[in-house]
Design a binder for this molecule. Structure first.
Ligand code: NAP
Length: 250
């Protein structure tokens, strides 16, 4: 077990990629805080699945866009499991909005979750990790951190911001033995894009852009997420791993 006795918070872990990572971490021996903001039932189901497999987990509500929710999330983790070794900033939102119709509301909402939430929750977690002698922060970014996507300008801008967030935190936190990295997924079938990815013509068009010739599954992210949280990555910081079936090659 590569994460035995570690304690991890995974944000937005009731559904999609976060859920797969939370379950994958528990399988590797971590005690997991399954964070959710709205999907309480799904988060409790993820916890049940972890318990059924012999793991330990709790579901904790916190909206990462709300600064006041950060400290209670961390305090609850420490109260329940006595440590915080790993933070996965997975929570994310995206809105379909052409540039010419962009609104400040979409900007504020997307930045508040994808970037400000990841940054300040990362800082709060890092203060705990620094006191304990180290930790791992994994941010779930996107291939759109380097490649723009039509009608997703604000989303792509927040993900590009994560690239520098990772480098900046990694630079300053290395002396505290805190590793900060990102995983950038390609097209992974989740609620975020189910409508788009299950539409046959769109799906066929997308598959022509993926050398591995398939849409990803949330479980495809687990290997990289475990690696970046485990001692195997102790000499890896400030970098981004692309898990995209080769999408960025074309
Ligand atoms: P998803 O199924 O729509 O899940 C999004 C998750 O984010 C949900 O668990 C949701 O929790 C959580 N969330 C949203 N706002 C939140 C908030 N304010 N506070 C806490 N949690 C919040 O999407 P997904 O595909 O798994 O996305 C996960 C991450 O992967 C995102 O950062 C996304 O940008 C990234 N990503 C996905 C793809 C893809 O193809 N699917 C590709 C590249 C990157 P609640 O339901 O409880 O609100």
């Amino acid at each position: 077990m590569r994460l035995k006795d570690k304690v991890a918070i995974v944000t937005g872990a009731g559904r999609g990629i976060g859920r797969a990572i939370a379950i994958g971490y528990a399988r590797e021996g971590a005690r997991v805080v399954v964070n959710y903001s709205r999907s309480q039932h799904a988060a409790e189901e993820a916890v049940d699945e972890i318990h059924a497999a012999g793991g330990r987990a709790i579901a904790v509500r916190a909206d990462v866009a709300q600064m006041d929710d950060h400290a209670p999330l961390i305090e609850r983790t420490l109260a329940e499991f006595g440590a915080l070794d790993i933070l996965v900033n997975n929570a994310g939102v995206e809105f379909n909005e052409p540039v010419l119709e962009s609104t400040p509301e979409t900007w504020d909402q997307t930045v508040a979750v994808n970037l400000r939430g990841a940054y300040f929750l990362g800082c709060a977690a890092a203060r705990v990790m620094a006191r304990a002698g180290g930790g791992k922060i994994v941010n779930i970014s996107s291939v759109h951190d380097v490649e723009p996507l039509r009608n997703r300008a604000i989303y792509s801008i927040t993900k590009a911001g994560l690239l520098m967030l990772v480098k900046s935190l990694a630079l300053e936190l290395a002396e505290h033995n805190i590793h900060v990295n990102a995983i950038s997924p390609g097209a992974i079938l989740t609620d975020m894009n189910r409508k788009h990815l299950t539409d046959p013509p769109r799906r066929e068009r997308l598959l022509t852009q993926i050398p591995m010739k398939r849409i990803g599954d949330p479980r495809d992210l687990v290997g990289a997420a475990v690696f970046l949280a485990s001692p195997e990555s102790d000499y890896v910081t400030g970098t981004t791993i692309y898990v995209d079936g080769g999408l960025l090659l074309l």
